[in-house]
Design a protein around this ligand. Structure first.
Ligand SMILES: [Zn+2]
Length: 138
């Protein structure tokens, strides 16, 4: 398989292997960023030579500004790896990133929803329930 074909194959593979829904964004430097999951779980960055897999993470810098700070799990030089080894490694990294991200979720004590850390108001209470229970106006 030649390089453009392998690149297309990687795009298709990431689109099908990342947790749904998968969003694909072209970046200014020509890289393609994939985000899978809602709330986001795994981020993959595909360039001409490498694919980087990260667990989604981020923090609120203010009440309105959320900055994503993905935690890198691994980088694969996709042109150098044989196809089977590449896809197996990619699959393992996606699985690991997803597990790491989901391990950071907490179950809300009011609604029972598994909640991402950036949407937890307090330990064990999601933002929506916190708003409902306190009647707070933001
Ligand atoms: Zn809740």
């Amino acid at each position: 398989m030649d390089v453009p074909e392998r690149y297309e194959q990687l795009i298709a593979y990431l689109g099908s292997q990342l947790p749904a829904p998968v969003e694909q964004h072209p970046l200014d430097d020509g890289a393609l960023q994939f985000t899978g999951g809602d709330p986001p779980e795994v981020v993959a960055l595909l360039t001409d030579t490498s694919v980087v897999v990260s667990a989604f993470s981020g923090e609120w810098e203010s009440a309105f500004k959320f900055t994503a700070k993905p935690r890198r799990m691994g980088i694969l030089k996709w042109r150098r790896l044989p196809e089977n080894a590449l896809l197996a490694a990619l699959s393992a990294l996606i699985k690991g990133a997803r597990e790491a991200r989901l391990a950071s979720f907490q179950t809300c004590q009011y609604c029972g929803q598994k909640t991402a850390p950036e949407w937890l108001h307090d330990t064990g209470v999601c933002q929506a329930c916190s708003d409902r229970h306190s009647g707070a106006i933001h």
